[in-house]
Structure formats: C-alpha cells, structure tokens
Design a protein around this ligand. Sequence first.
Ligand code: ADP
Ligand code: MG
Length: 566
Amino acid sequence: MPAAEKKKTVSFAEFLPFSEEHYRVMRRKQVVRLLLMYVAPVAILAAFFLIQYDAIVRESKRLHLQAIAESQANTLELFLSERLVNLSNLIDDPRHEFPPTSEVMEDDLDGLRKNSNAFVDIGFFDSTGVQTSYAGPYPSLEKRNYRQESWYKTLYDDQTGFIITDIYLGFRQRPHFTIAVSRTIDGAFVVLRATLAPEEIYNYLRSQTGSAEAITSIVNQTGNYQLATPRLGTPLEASSFVPPQKPDVGAGEARIDGRYLLYGYSWLQMANWAVIVQPASTDTQAFLSGFRLRIIIISVLFVLFGFVVAVIRARKLVDMQMESDRTRAQLGHAAKLASVGELASGIAHEINNPLAVITEESGLLMDYMDPQFGHTLDENDLHKRLSTIQESAFRCRDITRKLLRFVRRTDFDLQEHDVHDIINGVIDDLLGPEIEVSSIAVERNYDRSLPKLTTDSNQLQQVILNIVNNASDAIGDEQGTITITTSSHGNRVRISIKDTGCGMIQEQLDKVFMPFFTTKEVGKGTGLGLSVSYGIVRGLGGEIEVESTKGVGTTFTLVLPVKQKR
Ligand code: ADP
Ligand code: MG
C-alpha cells in the first residue's frame, strides 16, 4: 500500500471521505433545490392570483366608472332638455306678445328661475339678429347685434330650432353658455335665448347619487373644460385629455403627470360635451388592502414556512448523506483490513509449499550423507534433488519479490516512449516464441496518431506481459485471438487487450486484482500478476478497467496519462 494512502486512512479517524466544506456546499445546494420545489410554485400561484385579481378589479372599476358617467350624462341631458322646454313653452305660448316689452321679459325670467336658478338672463332677437328685449344682470347687452355670433349663425343655418353652446366668454367676459330656441313667427326668424351659469349645473350634478365616489368634469370636443372641480382646472382651461368620440360611452386610461388614471366617459347627444368621471380616491391608497393584502400575507407565510422546511430538510438529507459516507468509508477500511488478512494467509499458503519441498528434499539429502545408512549418493540423483530445492527457493524469492513490489511504491524511471514499441517488444521479443507455437493470433489495432507517453517502459511491459499471458492462458490450447487496440482521448491513452478466451463470472471479476487470487493449478499461477499490475498502473497515474463475459472473452484496458504529474 503506498505510504500516502496509509497516512490518509490513519488521520481520518472519523472516516469521512469529504471535507466539511464539501458538505456545507451540499447543504446550500439542497436548500436552493428544496426552495425551488416548495416555494416557487406558491410564489408563482400567488403572483398569478394577484394579476388575475387586478385585472378583474380594474375591469369592474372601468365598468363602474362608465356607468356613473352614463348616468350623469343622462341626468345632464334631462336637465338641459327641461331648460329647452322652459324656453319653448315661452316662445310657443300664443298669448305671449312679440317682440316682448321689458316688463314681460322680467316676468319671463322670474318664471324661468322658478324652474331653475341656473338661468342668468333672457333675451329676444329679431330677424336682423338684434337683441330687442333683455332681462338680466347685463342690461348693456340690449340692442346689440348678434348676427355675427357663432351660436346665432349656427342656429340660423342649421334650422334645428334649438342650440346648446359650449361655454364661452362672449360680450360679458364671463364663462357661461347659451341655450336658444328659434321660430318663424309671421314670416320672420326670431330667437329666444337664455344664458345659464355653469356652476349651478355643476352643483346640480354633484347633488346626484353616486357622485361622491367620483370626480366629474365636462369637456367639449376641443378638450376644454366646461365644468370641473377647482382641483382639476377651471372652465375653459385645456383638459389633460379628451376621451375618444367612438364609442360614445366607454372607459379608458389616461397618462397624467406620469400616472395612469382610470376614467369613464359619456358624450351627450344634445351638446358637444362629454362627461368624464374619475375615481375620487387614488389607487395607491387602496393597493395594500383587502383581498390583495390577504393573498400577500398568506403567500409570505407560505414562503417563510417553505424556507424553514427546506432548511430543516436539507440539513437532514445532508446528515443522512454524511452518515452513509461514513459507513461506506468504514466498510472500505474493514475490507482493506480483511484483504491484508487474506494477503497474509495467501503468503503463508504460497510459501508453505516450496518450504515443505525444501525441508523434505534437504532432509532426504542429509539422510543420504549419513554413513550409518550406507547409501551411496548417485550424482544424478543429487543434482536432481538440489535443483528441486533451488527451484523451490527461487519460487519463494519470486513470491516475496512480487509481494514487495505490490507493497512498496517503487521508483519509476520515467521517459518518453512510443506505446506501440513497448507493446511490440512484449509480443515479439518476450512472448514471440511461445505465441508462434500456439494457435493464438495476435491482432494489432494501433492508432498511429497516438502521442508519445511519459512512462516507465519496463514496468509497463511487465503489466502488458501479465495481461497478455493471462489472455493466452484463458484461450488455452484452443484457437483464439488476442486483439490489442490503442486510442487517444485528450490527455489519456487507452490500451485495450481483448481475448476470445474462457471469460469470467462476476464473482471472479470482483476478485481479479486481489493478491493470490488465482484459478490456475498450483505451480502455474500465483495470483499476483494482476495485483502487481494494478499497483504499477496506479503508480503510473493510470487505471485498469476490465470487462468479461463467461464463455466469450475478456478485455483489459489500461488508461494512462500522456504526461506524468511528478
Ligand atoms: P494468475 O495468472 O497467477 O492466476 P493473475 O492475477 O494474473 O494471477 O490473475 C488472477 C486470475 O484472474 C486468474 O487466475 C484468472 O482466473 C483470472 N483472469 C485473469 N485474466 C483473465 C482472462 N484474460 N480471462 C479469464 N480469466 C482471467
Ligand atoms: Mg497471471
């Protein structure tokens, strides 16, 4: 056994084959793996729920806002048509005289204000567009000609009989809007118009149900506020956005000051106005509330729980792994001890035989030399017995030599060699005569691009000789082939020696590298060939692989590094 390995076994009292760091990394990896297993699905599910929930909440908010906008628009439209009816009732009253006198106009205005205090003033226009009669706070407007005012022109041209204008400043320089009805009386085009104060309408709208949860504003087609809370803007100011014309009722999102705002809208039929409704409270306040908060808390609890479980599980798993590593290492150690025992009994067994022969032969020789027995020593006989003794002594020496080589790390003589030269040397020079007389064919399957190997050629020859000898023993007297194949794999070289011999069963295969394991008859095999070869190849930084099928054949493969690490 090499010295370094021996030291390692002794210092590892705990029998743990890996360092603390190894297990720490393993634990960390386990935690991550378990977290992915336990926590990731919960997190994904929670995220999915939240996204779905958001979408539903958003959609329902949109629908809600849209509904408020629609109902407010209806309310507003109802209000406006009522005001138009108020005016129509006046102009269509057969008892009403035209053009009216100032007193009549004052009465008319009083009557209108009883219906709604949004009415500011009232005026009557003759066919030339001059306001002939007026009642209200701006008497200076009387006698003015409105022929060029846009609302008058539209009313005159469109022949619809009524008009509701956008909010404008007009002659009086105050935001107001006009509703007017036109008739042809006695062949003359006359107009009765009233102006209304926007604030009153706004207050009216605000008094409607549902308006508390929303901010209402009204814009015209060019995007100017008609009515709005002071927070949003003042009438006639440009609004941040104009809702789309089609569909005339809907909901949307507008980007205002970098924030997305949800709104519902509805265009009026009678006027070119759109009612816009926005939520009264902002979303950010509501973000962590109710259902969403509950889902987040539950998910966080799950994740925490999963984390704790993962850490505990990982610790347990790694502890189990440590325990099994320890047991395996202990078993390995026990196996080593057992093989030392086997080795010792093997040595005893192997050496006992030649020692017995030596004892016996030398005893006999001594008997011959005793004159008491009167034997004469035949020279031939003496020679035969002495050589038997010598043979047995050599055999002992052989065994101890091989043993020493197995036990001691021998120093290698490392040089660059061509692997094929080494193999050829074994086949042609060392085995040549034997192979020639046998019925065994040797095939050489060489990879010509194989790099030169830094190795000990004598030792490597020893190994190859052992394996080829075994192969030829396995084939025996039958016909057979030994195929030697070389190949290169990165910085490793593979030399495989395949025979068509008897092959091995698994039990044999497990023991081939054990010292003194042999299936050959006494005197033929020592069972040291492969164990010595194994030691050499390990010493050269390589590996021996073996594959075998009973009755088919065996392949031994040497895997050797191209360069030696010194
Ligand atoms: P030995 O040749 O002295 O028996 P080895 O260590 O070389 O000792 O081989 C051990 C045993 O492994 C052999 O006795 C044989 O049973 C088996 N073995 C080795 N090589 C082969 C092979 N090519 N085919 C079948 N059996 C083999
Ligand atoms: Mg052998």
